[in-house]
Each structure stands twice: as structure tokens, then as C-alpha cells.
Design a protein. Structure first.
Length: 93
């Protein structure tokens, strides 16, 4: 099945359940903000993650949704952000 991100609560869970369909590239790091270009199946967008003391404090995702989705509306996005940041550490090991 070709899952689609909707920009509503549960988006993070959908990403985690379909992790192999989620691709991301680090674009910029400025202070504690990490910006990524993302792809999920045929959708493209971006994610911005704010780290505080090396932990995901905030995350925003947008794939041309009506408005960007943040972890205040979908707490599962923090798990997505943590997994993305952890993958950077592995890549730099």
C-alpha cells in the first residue's frame, strides 16, 4: 500500500511504521536547528528539528500540508526526530 502523509496527528506514527519509505538529507545546521529535505513515497517536504541538551525539543514537518505539523499536535514526531538525529550520529561514526 502506498501510504501518504496527511499533516494531521498520526503522521509521525505513519512515518515510523513505513520507515523504509522515509528518506531525508541534512540541508543546514544553525545553532540548535537542523533542517532536512524529506521524501515519503511521492511526497516531498522538509523537517526542522530543534535540539536542547542533545534531545529533540521541537520538530516541524511540512509536505505541502495546509499548514506545517509540529510535535505539539503529534507527539510521535519526536520519535521520528530522534531517529533522524541518531542516524546522523551513526553516519559520522
Amino acid at each position: 500500500m502506498n501510504e501518504k502523509l496527511t499533516g494531521s496527528a498520526g503522521t509521525g506514527k505513519c512515518i515510523l511504521q513505513n520507515w523504509n519509505n522515509f528518506k531525508f538529507d541534512l540541508v543546514e545546521v544553525e545553532d540548535d536547528f537542523y533542517t532536512f529535505d524529506i521524501r515519503f513515497n511521492n511526497q516531498e517536504g522538509y523537517v526542522v528539528i530543534k535540539l536542547v541538551q542533545k534531545k529533540v525539543e521541537q520538530i516541524t514537518i511540512d509536505c505541502k500540508f495546509n499548514r506545517p505539523l509540529g510535535c505539539y499536535n503529534d507527539s510521535s514526531l519526536k520519535l521520528v526526530g530522534s531517529k533522524m538525529i541518531d542516524s546522523l550520529k551513526l553516519a559520522n561514526s
